[in-house]
Design a binder for this molecule. Structure first.
Ligand code: GUN
Length: 286
């Protein structure tokens, strides 16, 4: 069997098109959604991500404010900037691009963002709301994965979803989203990680396998059953080439659906960031 490709680029464009009338509606009410992006240092991958986020704002008519700070920025200066943005009514979303330079306390900085402007969904308040099934902002990448599944009509209710990876950004929040007793969820979840013994035994039970471990091509054909849906969240640079966590060539003939890298989950993250920013602006009206 040759898997159907899940086209994240196309779906992300559809989502951005759906956001346009909502942005227009806000602008008619003199409310232009605004996103502040803070980039500390000169990590080249982060610079590309931030540029893409700015471009997405431009295309959608969202105000974007970029703060590019030197890698020597102090913790206090960064906290003060976040205070300022927390109090700026033109800003509805604040995003601190990760990773941060080592001398900065990532937790302290992320916890300082007003949860009502936390469009990344990384604040413990938002993660807690997500856990009890009453979210404000869903973290962008897990939400993107959920949207891909639902827009390809891949029903996960009562299915076994195996997630490989336990990060706070993807694995853990995604597991919480998919396990909820809700229409687009209701799955049984297994989370595997570097401490999992006999990985294959778990991954072979998956109806849907989500690879989010940050380990290039680790999911090979032997790890999966025939007909499984494979979602690859990995973005790894190997010899100047982008590869996922899935060994695409050995999986594509066995899977029923698969996301490519690039062009799968990646573009969804930015689309969902835009959705959270628009939602945040809309919330100020209620
Ligand atoms: N670095 C890599 N991915 C992300 C993301 O989704 N949000 C932030 N803030 N930083 C990142």
């Amino acid at each position: 069997m040759k898997a159907t490709l899940i086209d994240g680029k196309k779906v992300s464009q559809e989502i951005r098109e759906e956001l346009k009338p909502r942005v227009q509606n806000l602008i008619q009410q003199d409310l232009k959604p605004g996103l502040a992006v803070i980039l500390v240092g000169d990590d080249p991958a982060s610079q590309v991500y931030v540029r893409n986020k700015e471009k997405a704002c431009e295309k959608l008519g969202v105000y974007s404010l970029k703060h590019q700070l030197p890698s020597t920025t102090s913790q206090n200066d960064l906290l003060h900037l976040i205070d300022e943005l927390n109090n700026n009514p033109a800003i509805h979303g604040i995003l601190v691009q990760l990773p941060l330079p080592k001398h900065l306390d990532e937790k302290k900085i992320l916890y300082h963002i007003n949860p009502l402007k936390d469009v990344d969904g990384f604040h413990p308040y938002n993660l807690g709301r997500l856990m009890i099934g009453d979210p404000i902002f869903l973290p962008c990448t897990p939400w993107g994965v959920q949207e891909l599944l639902s827009r390809y009509q891949i029903d996960i209710s009562r299915k076994h979803v195996v997630i490989v990876g336990r990060s706070n950004i993807v694995g853990k929040p995604l597991s919480m989203m998919l396990v909820q007793k809700a229409k687009a969820a209701n799955a049984t979840i297994t989370i595997c990680h570097t401490g999992t013994e006999n990985l294959a035994q778990h991954t072979q039970m998956a109806d849907i396998l989500i690879a989010a471990a940050g380990s290039p091509k680790m999911i090979t054909g032997e790890l999966i059953r025939e007909g499984v849906v494979v979602i690859d969240v990995g973005i790894n640079k190997v010899e100047d080439k982008l590869v996922g966590d899935v060994d695409f060539d050995s999986v594509v003939d066995k899977a029923s659906f698969i996301t490519p890298v690039p062009g799968g989950v990646g573009p969804m993250t930015i689309a969902m960031l835009m959705a959270n920013t628009v939602k945040s602006a809309e919330r100020t009206l209620h």
